[in-house]
Design a protein around this ligand. Structure first.
Ligand SMILES: C[S@@+](CC[C@H](N)C(=O)[O-])C[C@H]1O[C@@H](n2cnc3c(N)ncnc32)[C@H](O)[C@@H]1O
Length: 239
């Protein structure tokens, strides 16, 4: 296994592989359950789009892109190894049931089956889908790892292009205390205050109804690859 493949596996296991719902997963999961609908793009999905899919009950189908091929290969393997998922990720189903009411015993597998496309792409260069294809685009911790404002601007232009009018962009970002020099830079480098600096770019590229909610995580005590004190949840509508 190459170092990058090891990292992808370690990231998966450390972030979500045990299926536990901590305060952070709870905040992000309920944010997704409330806002995601229709055709969804998970942009910068890392090894986990199939896990966040469980928090998207109103998604009809999900596509995912990521920069390194290693993440894509990992997700494709996970998608065919899903038989033990019902038990492992049941806490995620309980979380979504707390907001949406009872869900069926096949809920988790049905959600994972909604992940139809997983492919390598650089969101700052081209998002390989037609104009107006998606109802929702999510960036779960991914716009915040871009290197500079030019990359951010290009990524927003590309996201705006593939979103339908009235579609939503959802962005989760850390408070920027996530540098970890032993990990690949594409996972943490970049723009710690991305949620704050995003607003003018969003307005420039035709988004409105921009809201940002901060969630403090100070009492978090678990082991994590990255340490940060808060996340922000941003929502914007393409006008
Ligand atoms: C902190 S990880 C988040 C992964 C995942 N979304 C999650 O919720 O855990 C940031 C992700 O953004 C991806 N990324 C960074 N630059 C990218 C780019 N230019 N295009 C697509 N993905 C990118 C990285 O490969 C990485 O998987």
């Amino acid at each position: 296994m190459t170092r990058r493949e090891e990292y992808v596996k370690e990231y998966y296991e450390s972030c979500m592989g045990e299926g536990q719902v901590d305060k952070e997963v709870e905040a992000v999961g309920l944010f997704l359950a409330d806002n995601v609908k229709g055709k969804v793009l998970d942009c910068g999905c890392g090894p986990v789009p199939q896990v966040w899919a469980i928090c998207m009950p109103d998604a009809t189908e999900i596509a995912a892109i990521d920069l390194p091929q290693e993440s894509i290969d990992f997700v494709k393997r996970k998608l065919v190894e899903k038989k033990d998922w019902y038990m492992k990720f049941y806490p995620y189903q309980k979380l979504i049931e707390s907001a949406k009411g009872n869900l069926s015993s096949s809920y988790i597998l049905n959600q994972v089956d909604k992940v139809k496309t997983v492919q390598q792409a650089d969101m700052t260069k081209n998002i390989p889908f037609e104009d107006g294809h998606f109802d929702t685009v999510v960036s779960l911790y991914s716009l915040g790892v871009l290197r500079n404002e030019e990359e951010l601007d290009n990524a927003i232009i590309n996201m705006a292009r593939v979103l339908k009018k009235g579609g939503k962009l959802l962005h989760v970002n850390t408070d920027g205390k996530n540098a970890n020099s032993i990990l690949p830079e594409y996972t943490w480098r970049g723009l710690p205050q991305a949620s704050e600096i995003l607003t003018p770019f969003l307005e420039k590229h035709g988004f409105s109804s921009i809201t940002i909610k901060k969630v403090p995580l100070k009492d978090y005590e678990g082991e994590r690859m990255y340490k940060y004190d808060a996340i922000s949840l941003l929502s914007a509508v393409k006008s």
